[in-house]
Write a protein of this length. Structure first.
Length: 106
């Protein structure tokens, strides 16, 4: 599981039947900036994840990838590799808050 930022959406009018109705989002994983770990920074990678929560562009989310993406009740029969399983409200490292959803601090 890891933290990512929703950067866009994907529209696919032609897809397998089991994927109809699912929102697809472009996400970019984030990590702590070394060496002091006081800021989240983009990794430079992007990929597509299925949204089960109604997230939007700019939200930081929790992602599960691989076979674990199919362990939720909503996704257990979907041909997916990544799913959004949470919307991040805050990230605290040691005693510092490096992200807060309401203030968009990061």
């Amino acid at each position: 599981m890891f933290v990512a930022k929703v950067t866009g959406s994907i529209v696919a009018t032609q897809k397998v039947e089991s994927m109809r109705g699912w929102k697809l989002l472009m996400v970019e994983p984030y990590r702590l900036e070394p060496p002091d770990n006081k800021k989240l920074v983009a990794t430079g990678r992007t990929f597509v994840a299925v949204d089960t929560l109604g997230t939007g562009v700019g939200d930081f989310v929790l992602i599960t990838q691989g076979s674990s993406a199919r362990f939720t009740p909503e996704t257990n029969k979907l041909p997916i590799d990544a799913v959004i399983i949470g919307i991040v409200d805050q990230v605290h490292i040691e005693k510092a808050c490096v992200y807060h959803r309401e203030s968009q601090t990061q």
